[in-house]
Design a protein around this ligand. Structure first.
Ligand code: HEC
Length: 287
């Protein structure tokens, strides 16, 4: 018994040191990075964010890679930085009492990481979609369940003069198999991914059919059925935010999927998921 435990511990130690030595043996050689384009993102966007929101404290690292004052140090720490910016269990950076990052600034850290690691891929603009469904039988006591999709393709008008015109002829295609509720391994993701969408629609299409400064009309197609939904438009700093509600999912004939999900999860939501779904999309404005 003890012997087994020791064996187990030594296996973990070996794995641990292998991992460490792989990393210190210059990750560059194993995974070539796209330094040229990443350096442009660093110089034009990321550097000023780090200078205003991180450096005041991180200059306490007089030496070493955590000082974050050059491209190379940022490059070697970007994984750690992203982890802390989006931390759930560790201390979030910047700490509570310091000026916080805007959503747009967080996306710049992500963009730097993406460009560094997928240089040959076209640089896609950050776009985030969140949906909220409601459960429990009594309306006043209903509880929201929010999620997103990992695989969304989108076309935005990057040639805009006025920020609102980023919506001109904009389109999205959502791969519903990429639904994500509490992280990809989560039970709810599994349930909705295997018991709901396969019985509903594999793709959701959305297309902006018209817009003003305050609203956008988006035509959705799912399950072969189309309907227009009106979204409010708000521009906050460098984010254009769209919020709206699909009032009645039964219009898209979701019944078969609904009933299938009921058989697996009904008891957890008092056999009730409400037919309205709230949607929120955030689009980063880069100009
Ligand atoms: C108010 C001071 C303060 C600010 C502002 C701040 N940090 Fe930190 N940071 C710390 C301290 C102190 C630690 C060490 C304690 C810890 O790990 O929580 C730390 C640790 C970290 C670590 C873990 C590695 C290390 O250096 O120890 C990362 C990564 C990090 N910070 C990233 C950031 C990023 C990115 C920003 C800006 C978006 C930022 N921090 C802004 C004080 C700060």
């Amino acid at each position: 018994m003890l012997c087994n435990k020791l064996k187990y511990i030594s296996v973990i130690l070996v794995l641990f040191f292998t991992a460490i030595s792989c990393i210190s043996e210059s990750a560059d050689n194993l995974f070539p990075t796209n330094d040229v384009e990443a350096n442009i993102v660093y110089e034009t966007e990321l550097k000023s964010v780090i200078e205003s929101k991180c450096i005041s404290c991180h200059s306490y690292h007089l030496e070493g890679s955590n000082r974050y004052d050059t491209f190379d140090k940022t490059k070697s720490s970007i994984g750690q930085m992203l982890e802390r910016i989006n931390a759930v269990s560790n201390i979030v950076m910047p700490p509570d009492e310091s000026p916080q990052l805007t959503e747009g600034e967080k996306l710049i850290f992500q963009e730097f990481f993406d460009v560094l690691n997928n240089g040959s891929e076209p640089v896609v603009l950050p776009f985030k979609l969140t949906w909220t469904a409601y459960k429990y039988a009594i309306f006043e006591e209903r509880g929201g369940v929010s999620g997103t999709f990992e695989d969304i393709q989108y076309v935005l008008n990057q040639e805009y003069e006025e920020p609102i015109d980023i919506l001109k002829d904009a389109e999205i295609r959502i791969n519903t198999a990429s639904v994500n509720i509490d992280g990809l391994e989560g039970v709810r993701t599994m349930n909705v991914g295997t018991q709901f969408f396969p019985f509903f629609t594999s793709q959701i299409k959305g297309k902006v059919s018209s817009y003003t400064q305050d609203i956008a009309v988006i035509s959705f197609e799912m399950n072969g059925i189309e309907q227009e939904v009106i979204f409010d438009v708000i521009i906050e700093e460098d984010i254009l935010k769209l919020t709206g509600t699909i009032d009645d999912m039964s219009f898209f004939e979701w019944d078969e999927a609904y009933n299938q999900l009921e058989t697996v999860c009904g008891e957890f939501h008092e056999n009730m998921v409400w037919p309205d779904i709230d949607l929120e999309a955030e689009i980063l404005l880069t100009k």
